[in-house]
Design a protein around this ligand. Structure first.
Ligand SMILES: NC(=O)C[C@H](N)C(=O)O
Length: 337
């Protein structure tokens, strides 16, 4: 039977046109698809424009709109393709991995480094590959298809600003490659035993603090006032410089662990964090209840915390349980009790 797919558009370079003021997302969903007339003969493709933005302007509200649009149409289609700007696509893919869990249907994000109307462009190949992948009976869950590679929604990171090979899979293998319309799977397709679950709330009060040598602690009290969760992107496997530690201890002791959640992660792209390795990290770990990102990407940690902290009156043990729970293979390390 002909596969029926819903193509959701959000803007991005893929749908952009050149203007004297720079690239602006302007193409409608139908105009985008008109660049691939042949693919419309093999599949039943319908479109929905969710927004038309450079992905710099995509917010958690747009992630909720996307999840809601997929929920409304979930039973009407075999799969979903989301056209999205590349700059924040990894965040959207991670957010959707938490907002839509156990999906036995594929939800594929794609985009391009060059507009679909440009003479030299990756847009047509990316869109074609995404449609083929979303129509394949072995595809399921949230993934990014880009430059002939399939990356899990919780494992993608934009690692190149210009090249067509813009995305890398972090601490996890690519799921598949796509060459000349053929999908070559590196991992056996997952089996989804549970029914799909949709969530409709996020708490955007999650702050990312990137450490730099000599960073001043002056802003910490303000950050603790404004946010419910602070992710510290530390150096190497993780540690807190002396200059910050005292103020951090002062702030943390004012709150219960579930009121202000502290997550330690690393600013190194690959291989994850382990704050227990050095004294500079272990002290914090031993004195306070904190979470550790370990092998999760920053994009996954940030959106997972928005999802967890959206639950009202959530307890500390429940925060820990959800944080270390493996969702869309976001962490491979043993779940903590
Ligand atoms: N290649 C792209 O799509 C970049 C663009 N600024 C965006 O993220 O919307």
């Amino acid at each position: 039977m002909t596969k029926k797919l819903l193509i959701l558009t959000t803007g991005g370079t893929i749908a952009s046109v050149k203007t004297p003021h720079g690239l602006i997302p302007a193409l409608s969903s139908e105009e985008l698809l008109s660049y691939l007339p042949e693919i419309g003969r093999d599949f039943l493709l319908q479109t929905k424009a969710v927004c038309n933005l450079d992905s710099t302007d995509i917010t958690p509200d747009h992630w909720l709109m996307l999840a809601e649009s997929i929920k409304e149409e979930y039973h009407n289609y075999d799969g979903f393709v989301i056209c999205h700007g590349t700059d924040t696509m990894a965040y959207t893919a991670a957010a959707l991995s938490y907002l839509i869990q156990h999906s036995s249907k594929p939800i594929v994000l794609t985009g391009a480094q060059k507009p679909i109307g440009s003479e030299i462009t990756d847009a047509k190949a990316n869109l074609r590959d995404s449609i083929l992948y979303a129509a394949d009976p072995d595809s399921r869950g949230v993934q990014i298809v880009f430059d002939g590679k399939v990356i899990l929604g919780t494992r993608a990171k934009k690692t190149k600003t210009l090249s067509f090979s813009a995305f890398s899979s972090i601490n996890f293998p690519y799921l598949a490659t796509i060459h000349d319309g053929k999908i070559i799977r590196y991992l056996p397709p997952s089996i989804e035993k549970n029914p799909v679950v949709f969530y409709d709330r996020l708490n955007p009060k999650v702050f990312l603090l990137k450490l730099t040598p000599g960073i001043s602690p002056a802003l910490l009290s303000e950050i603790f006032c404004l946010y419910d969760c602070i992710i510290i992107e530390s150096f190497g496997v993780g540690g807190i410089p002396d200059s910050l530690e005292k103020e951090l201890f002062r702030q943390l002791s004012k709150y219960a662990p579930e009121e202000k959640v502290l997550v330690m992660t690393t600013q190194v792209t690959y291989e994850g964090s382990n704050v227990g390795t050095y004294e500079v990290g272990r002290r914090l770990n031993e004195s306070f209840s904190i979470l550790e990102a370990r092998d999760m990407t920053l994009e996954a940690v940030l959106t997972k915390m928005m999802w967890i902290m959206a639950e009202e009156n959530i307890s500390w043990p429940e925060i820990c349980r959800k944080f270390y729970m493996r969702i869309n293979s976001d962490t491979l390390l043993q779940e903590q009790g």
